[in-house]
Ligand binder design. Structure first.
Ligand SMILES: NC(=O)c1ccc[n+]([C@@H]2O[C@H](COP(=O)([O-])OP(=O)(O)OC[C@H]3O[C@@H](n4cnc5c(N)ncnc54)[C@H](O)[C@@H]3O)[C@@H](O)[C@H]2O)c1
Length: 449
């Protein structure tokens, strides 16, 4: 099938690359012409494991192409995936101006019927507005548009793996014809008819994902409801962690035992600096806004958001208690990305931590395996090091902000010899307190004895 992808960011590129690997012809476009030029030159503008291989293969097989001419991309595709950003406004409401812009382009450029698929995360009822906008902007009343919602559940860091091995694919549609088109698009993924770069073509057998057909409103709600629930879980674990500190219990013992109950599950119960990234913080805000706009009280989400914001304060209490005066101290920050295995720094807790350290007059040295080049323009006052050991040299304290494997594997007995003071404040609970103490470190983490 001929597919158009509008928006070549994390979601658009992974969607385009994986659907091309599944045998479709994919035409990608983006408003950022520089990005399209990069892609044409074979450069992948984001870091996501396996994505470069999948894109390279798709280009070689002539299954994917890039153009800055949105009209050309729109006219050629039978199905159009909208993958543009939906950032939060100051009010928390999702900013849908990019979706509106794309709707106008589709309506004006299409010459043949299109199925227009929302892959961007949007609040419920956006599909209704999109259908209206396509009709209103169309200068050719004869072109027919159908709308569908196909929320994306990939996780940055394992996005290609997630797209190729989904636990569920949700398609919200208006009619059976659109449902059938979406089934055809995803059939090669569900039947594993693609070369899997993650498992070298030998994906483990086991449960395969399911394609669920719903209404458009339900599909939109499923995405926000899922992300908000996971955010709630993280904030819950963080409050338990604060309780553990007050009463002398260990959060990892508590959450591990809780998670063994299959009704609860072990994932997303990790205490620490809290959630960041382009999804949870904005999706929880948009969901709160949506609920309030239709008169539903969703105060529990407001509490989860408040708990998450306070994690930085809690981290700073630990820093201040350990370092006493922050001004003039050399501080090594390990991790900039909002989580491991990505270069994404949007709403990353590390950046808030660094801003506060700089405000208080600390000398900040930072290291991250992938996110330095994205962070540099935003925080030029920081000294950056590819090598974490170089960041730690002469430091009065090390602050761990991202759970990269490279940081998990740091040889602290070696690093400690070059630090000015053996002090680690761990925002991700990466190390064993016992081991760190044996190596002569003052070590503080979240909710542990
Ligand atoms: N990043 C994730 O992990 C993830 C996961 C699931 C869903 N989502 C959702 O998917 C959407 C995209 O997220 P992302 O992380 O890929 O964002 P992104 O910022 O990486 O990518 C968005 C892309 O859209 C382009 N764009 C913006 N306006 C445009 C326009 N009018 N025409 C053409 N291109 C335009 C931008 O230049 C950019 O390349 C968001 O709604 C997000 O909530 C993201």
């Amino acid at each position: 099938m001929r597919l158009t992808v509008i928006g070549c960011g994390y979601v658009g590129l992974v969607t385009g690359a994986c659907l091309a690997a599944a045998g479709h012809e994919v035409y990608c476009t983006d408003i950022d012409e520089k990005r399209i030029e990069q892609l044409k030159a074979g450069k992948v503008p984001i870091y996501e494991e396996h994505l470069d291989k999948v894109l390279k293969h798709a280009v070689a097989e002539k299954k994917i192409s890039y153009t800055a001419d949105a009209g050309e991309a729109i006219r050629v595709g039978e199905v159009i995936f909208i993958c543009v950003g939906t950032p939060p406004k100051d009010t928390g409401e999702a900013d849908l101006s990019a979706i509106d812009h794309v709707a106008r382009q589709i309506a004006q450029e299409a010459r043949t019927p299109k199925l227009v698929v929302e892959k961007s995360t949007v609040p419920a009822l956006t599909g209704v507005q999109l259908q209206k906008a396509l009709a209103a902007y169309s200068q050719r009343g004869s072109v027919k548009f159908e709308v569908a919602s196909n929320p994306e559940f990939l996780r940055e860091g394992t996005a290609v793996e997630d797209f190729f091995h989904p636990d569920r694919i949700v398609v919200g549609v208006e009619n059976e014809k659109s449902a059938e088109v979406m089934r055809q698009i995803y059939a090669p993924i569900l039947e594993r008819k693609f070369h899997c770069p993650v498992h070298g073509g030998q994906c483990p057998s086991g449960t395969r994902g399911e394609l669920l057909v719903t209404t458009i409103n339900s599909a939109e709600l499923i995405k926000h409801a899922s992300n908000s629930f996971l955010a709630l879980k993280i904030s819950y674990a963080n409050v338990i962690s604060d309780l553990c500190e007050r009463i002398g219990a260990d959060v990892e013992e508590v959450t591990h035992a809780m998670g063994l109950d299959p009704r609860i599950g072990t994932q997303f119960l990790k205490a620490g600096l809290g959630f960041g990234g382009f999804c949870f913080p904005k999706d929880i805000q948009a969901f709160i806004h949506l609920a309030s706009s239709v008169g539903v009280d969703f105060d529990m989400l407001k509490a989860a958001e408040r708990v998450n914001k306070q994690r930085i304060d809690r981290f700073f209490e630990k820093i201040r208690k350990a370092l006493w005066v922050i001004k003039g101290k050399k501080v090594a920050v390990l991790g900039l990305a909002f989580k491991a295995n990505t270069d994404d720094i949007r709403f990353a807790p590390a950046l808030d931590v660094i801003r506060r350290l700089l405000e208080e007059g600390a000398e900040v040295h930072a290291s991250d395996p992938q996110a330095i080049s994205r962070t540099k323009p935003l925080l030029p006052a920081v000294t950056y090091h590819e090598d974490p050991y170089a960041a730690l040299k002469g430091a009065d304290a090390a602050l761990v902000c991202t759970e990269w494997k490279a940081f998990r594997n740091i040889d602290w007995s070696k690093a400690g010899q070059t630090m000015s003071r053996r002090l680690v404040i761990d925002g991700r609970n990466l190390y064993s307190p016992k081991k760190m103490h044996e190596w002569g470190f003052e070590y503080y983490s979240f909710g542990r004895l």
